[in-house]
Design a binder for this molecule. Sequence first.
Ligand code: IPM
Ligand code: MN
Length: 356
Amino acid sequence: MQKNIVLLPGDGIGVEVIASAKAVLSALSERYNHSFTFESHDIGGIAVDNHGSPLPTQTVDACKKADAVLLGAVGGPKWDQLPSHLRPERGLLGIRKSLDLFANLRPVKGFAKLLHSSPLKEEVINGSDLLIVRELTGGLYFGRPSERSEDGKSVIDTLSYTRDEIERIVDKGFQSARLRRKILTSVDKANVLESSKLWREIVEEKSNEYPDVTVNHVLVDAAAMKLITNPSQFDVIVTENMFGDILSDEASVLTGSLGMLPSASLAENGVGLYEPAHGSAPDIAGLGIANPLAMILSAALMLRHSFQLEEEAKMIETAVEAVIDEGYHTADLQITNGKKVNTAEMTKLVVDFIKS
Ligand code: IPM
Ligand code: MN
């Protein structure tokens, strides 16, 4: 299979973990006789430095032409004081919107060896395996107006959704549940928010089209509590943009580290973008100690969702699991009597497994 992959390393550890994903994909393409070509473009802070914009036109154009996009992370203290239209995060939000990546899938699965890495009790996280389906191009992140008043004394952000926007993500939630244990939890704040009331109505309507899926509604505050008290009750969670952002960081605790959480951002038909759920981690950037596994697992999601290469995707996931089972871990994780390795060593372990 011949595929052109656009790499958007971005800032901080994004650069390091993208290099890892590229090494893993190269090993994989050799083993399975695929031809993957890579093209790198700037996004985020580095793009502000090099092009005066967090999302240069050439980056958007390259992504639109690509077969898939891998993104590292954006942001860092260097760009924190910039006006909001120049902030690195604008690059990320901009590319999600430009590619219409409305569906963000964040699978959360604990690895047996990492149960101790979580501050939660082993008996609580045991058996948890869930998928967060987060709406990614609407809600508070994109609603207008979003501004400060001229006198600086008041601010406004807008949470707006159209019926179409909700319907397509709810469909994605049901479809994802169908491929798993067929339990869909819709998370909202329907006791307060108008947007959530419509959301809940749409989930109810749609449930008639998916009679094989069991649906329940949970308010977001209760969902936050249940996620860390009884996570194994969840199969697929579908929710709006901001709730999904918050709950997915929380859910990463189940895996032991945010450094383990991959994600896939999908459009109806167009190109998909794959990125770890973690950020640019400026505190450890450049030290070569970042955990590359969320990025590597995101590459596996790319193989599965964009290229339909299920066997190859599984190969990466098996490799990651095997390496962790052997006790190897990066600094963000703890394994009793484990072997601490850096980014390059962890990458090589995964690459060697794939080559073997
Ligand atoms: C994420 C990140 C982004 C988000 C930030 C960097 C804009 O936290 O992908 O979860 O909030 O979506
Ligand atoms: Mn987030």
